[in-house]
Design a protein around this ligand. Structure first.
Ligand SMILES: [Zn+2]
Length: 416
């Protein structure tokens, strides 16, 4: 069993789901401390410097530069320790199986239904025939998102230790909690981390690369009504729920998540509740283009103003807040273009074609980039994330360690 595979299986065996219900604490679950300790112990055993697990289960460390590269900027890598909460995730029983083609029976899910992999659903399986896959027994997700990234990062250090002649700049590594619930590495102490730029390793299929994310804003809508007996309501009642519905109907129906893809943006009605007296709704706005986000905000303000004009001033209150911005605004600056060029070159050197995907969401990097750590997202090599059909091809885990080795080599010389 290769080093990266051994680590990966061991990390998957430690359940570490985050939980949106307890998101007021970081980490949201105690189990994330367990995986944090396992990873930190591995880092210490390899001789990494400044290995620390803080009170929020953030694991950080540094790795000194190879001879001659000491003066170059520090390159950072960031992965997340938590696994998705949307599926079963405890216990996790990873298994390594050989894929012979066709349908692969993984096991039986907790709901009693058979769990299978099929090239009809995952056409990429065709190129994995004869290779090994890491799967579970069907009773839980695997957690390749993002333990594949974690294992690849630690395996990179193991390789650098084995081969001290390999060139690389000083490295800074962070393994962070609660990514799956949108925490976004908010508590990472960037000054102590000390990386000038770098990568998150949290993408899916091998070769995937992401430097574009949504711009994101959220809107809270509150409606104040006047409740009157329905028999005598004429001319007096103002129905708060009605105000929310009128507002919603003024938003373009085609700009909803279920009708959009690629670079399309949307309004999403996330939640609504109400009575005649009081009602509220929460929306999110998403678009890769900030100008389109601003247009949607203006449209919401105009819709609220129109409803207020019809139903009485002060009926609707609208509060809009920005959440995060498109990574591309930082990564595409000329001084950061090396992040894209070097990733493409490193993939190519390892025989992997880079596929750029505009992410329809955010990454830890979308927040970190705007806090002063420009970072794009590399693939980790997982498929069918967040469910019992999740799998990780062993060859892709191993290939990603080669990609990382090549990549750090490119940063052992000054960037043009
Ligand atoms: Zn992830």
């Amino acid at each position: 069993m290769s080093d990266v595979l051994e680590r990966f299986v061991r990390y998957c065996e430690v359940p570490s789901q985050s939980n949106p219900q307890t998101a007021d604490h970081v980490p949201s679950t105690q189990s994330q401390f367990k995986i944090a300790e396992v990873v930190a112990e591995d880092l210490r055993a390899l001789g990494a410097e400044d290995v620390s697990v803080d009170e929020h289960a953030y694991v950080t460390c540094h790795w000194p530069a190879s001879v001659g590269a000491e003066e170059l900027p520090t390159l950072g890598f960031c992965c997340h320790l938590d696994t998705a909460w949307q599926s079963w995730g405890d216990p996790v029983r990873p298994r390594v199986v050989r894929y012979e083609g066709g349908e692969l029976a993984i096991g039986t899910g907790p709901d009693g239904r058979p769990v299978t992999l099929s090239p009809d659903v995952n056409p990429e399986l065709e190129r994995m025939v004869g290779g090994e896959l890491v799967v579970t027994d069907g009773t839980s997700l695997l957690g390749g998102d993002d333990k594949a990234g974690v294992a690849e990062c630690v395996a990179l250090l193991a390789r650098l230790r084995e081969n001290p002649e390999l060139p690389h700049p000083r490295l800074a590594l962070a393994f962070v909690p609660d990514e799956e619930i949108g925490h976004g590495a908010a508590l990472l102490d960037l000054e102590a981390f000390g990386a000038d730029f770098g990568y998150t390793i949290d993408g899916g299929p091998l070769g995937e690369f992401c430097y574009e994310t949504f711009n994101a804003a959220e809107a809270e809508l509150t409606a104040h009504g006047v409740s009157v007996h329905t028999g005598t309501a004429k001319g007096k009642m103002v129905n708060a729920s009605e105000a929310i519905m009128r507002f919603h109907q003024l938003l373009p129906a085609a700009e909803r998540p279920e009708f959009t893809e690629g670079y399309d943006g949307f309004f999403y009605l996330e939640r609504m509740e109400g009575s005649c007296e009081e009602a509220s709704a929460a929306y999110i706005i998403r678009d890769h283009d900030q100008a389109q986000v601003e247009r949607r905000k203006d449209l919401m303000r105009a819709a609220a103003a129109l409803v207020n004009a019809q139903m009485g001033e002060g009926t609707l209150e609208l509060a809009i807040h920005d959440q995060y911005h498109n990574l591309a605004d930082v990564v595409c600056l000329p001084e950061n273009a090396h992040l894209i060029d070097n990733a493409r070159a490193a993939y190519a050197a390892c025989g992997v074609e880079m596929t750029c995907v505009p992410m329809r969401g955010g990454t830890d990097g979308s927040q970190l980039s705007f806090r002063g750590f420009p970072c794009a997202n590399l693939s980790a090599g997982y498929y069918n994330a967040h469910g019992v059909r999740e799998f990780v091809p062993v060859a892709e885990l191993e290939r990603m360690v080669d990609v990382l080795q090549d990549l750090v080599g490119r940063y052992a010389r000054p960037q043009a």
